[in-house]
Design a protein around this ligand. Sequence first.
Ligand code: HSE
Length: 439
Amino acid sequence: MSSLKPINVGLLGIGTVGGGTWEVLNRNQEEITRRAGRGIVIAKVADKDTERAKKITGGKVAVTADANEVVTDPNIDIVIELIGGYTVAKDFVLKAIANGKHVVTANKALLATHGNEIFAAAQKKGVMVAFEAAVAGGIPIIKALREGLTANRIEWIAGIINGTSNFILSEMRDKGLAFADVLKEAQTLGYAEADPTFDIEGIDAAHKLTIMSAIAFGIPMQFDKAYTEGISKLTREDIQYAEQLGYRIKLLGITRRTPEGIELRVHPTLIPAKRLIANVEGVMNAVLVKGDAVGATMYYGAGAGSLPTASAVVADLVDITRLHTADPENRVPHLAFQPDQLAATLILPMDEVTTSYYLRLRVADQPGVLADITRILADGQISIDAMVQKEPSEGEDQVDIIMLTHKTREKQVNAAIARIEALPVVKSKVTRIRLEELA
Ligand code: HSE
């Protein structure tokens, strides 16, 4: 075994992921040391709940309620930030960097919104900020994008990167339940937070997508330019209609390089049911990456949870342990591209994105209605790929029509929808869900 003394780690937050990190480091200590070349030891833990921290660590390390004691401790080499949120976490991460500590964080919200500032500070100080756990939990997608696929020009990424939403969509489809009922179930099972907004409105997914987009295309973090639409307005009817047409609806994060700019968008998406990624169910995550040389590769696994996320945190600890004596310029750049090589490529506004659409509307069942609608679509240069008219229910004089379009620019679809909704024979708002073949 190595004669080097162990590297000392300070842990900020010993909740679900912190507890998992403690467990994995202890359980696999011997293998981890053989891999890292020296021991990795949590030497100090900061948590507001000191009793819980003492219970988990069994009195083996110093415990404090004050994170300052960790980020300023001269004996600590690496700080793991598992506090979450933007404010306190940001202060402690910057303070750790200022004190010359390397940082490991699972905090996607922090990196997506303040990553540029944090990486610049780390660069200046010559320390590493590692964040494998911030995207898709235990799936080593950061490692894959930043190193494994480094030969490729990345073309696009499409990911199921929020387990809570995926669980809700799976249950709605399997059991024919309404969104609100499944959300309650997800909360009871402890998947969704008491305030589930970040999960169900696509914000958590957009944070993760922003990080992947930056390292795939060599651009700064630009969460403020991400288009974000969640699943809270999806109906079981749309899920069933999509199914009948051979599609599944998933909350996808999509980032794509186009000649006009980079797409950065999270929204419910119809994808062909036969695609592997369409069959990712429950709380699982999957990320599909298209590189020009390798083609499509897919990464699947647990996107959350104590031990899976700890797996990513500990992998970062091992990386840092191996590299911390290397010259900063010989390390893997934070955003995969050399810091002076980041590009100011435009993020495409959603209006300019081109994709296909699922449109559902309720109309009066009378002659000429379809002609009116298809005329509006034709005027907008929108080509119809498939159309289904549902049987009216007994005694009803209105029917549901579903149309799938070929690829069209979003602003043209929006304009057509406004005109269609103004027709007197159209009895509902038009439900519009984007569709991607992911071929
Ligand atoms: N809340 C996230 C999810 C897990 O549901 O996938 C942590 O990123």
